[in-house]
Each structure stands twice: as structure tokens, then as C-alpha cells.
Design a protein around this ligand. Structure first.
Ligand SMILES: [Zn+2]
Length: 86
């Protein structure tokens, strides 16, 4: 949320908090379960341990939000944002 494009657009003098952390998980992070393309629950035990239960819970929450989100098509998108170039 602290780095969302919308947030930065609205606040041009945005300052990222000092305690802000970015975790980068590389595609070849694990040769056992390929976490880049593996479902959270199918990650190997080593990946789950390294990533940590707290982060995995955040991922589960994001996944649940994305699965329950109703993505608008072009027609509804135009109704929602009528003055935006399609
Ligand atoms: Zn793994």
C-alpha cells in the first residue's frame, strides 16, 4: 500500500518510511518446488520455512482477495471511468 501507484500519484512528495522493506524472491529460489509458479500450499517445506508463515499468510490473504474480486470488462470499466481513454 505504501508504494501503490495511486498513492504516489496523489502525493508527489511521497516519502517511503525508513522501516519499509522489500523482499525479492528470485525465480530460481528453489529447484525443488519452483515457488515462482507453485501454489502457496504446494511449496516445499524448506521454502515455507524460509518465506515464513507470516508472509505466507499475507500471500494467502492477497490470493483470496484476488480470487473474490470481480474484474470489470471493458464495458463496465468504461462505465466506472467514463472520462478515461479506454
Ligand atoms: Zn521450494
Amino acid at each position: 500500500m505504501e508504494l501503490s501507484p495511486e498513492d504516489i500519484r496523489k502525493d508527489k512528495n511521497k516519502v517511503v518510511p525508513e522501516e519499509f522493506i522489500v523482499y525479492i524472491h528470485f525465480e530460481d529460489f528453489c529447484q525443488v518446488c519452483s515457488p515462482y509458479e507453485t501454489e502457496i500450499e504446494d511449496l516445499c517445506d524448506q521454502c515455507k520455512a524460509v518465506i515464513g508463515e507470516a508472509t505466507l499468510d499475507e500471500w494467502r490473504t492477497v490470493k483470496q482477495i484476488m480470487e473474490n474480486h470481480d474484474f470489470p470488462g471493458a464495458e463496465i470499466g468504461h462505465q466506472l471511468l467514463p472520462n478515461v481513454d479506454p
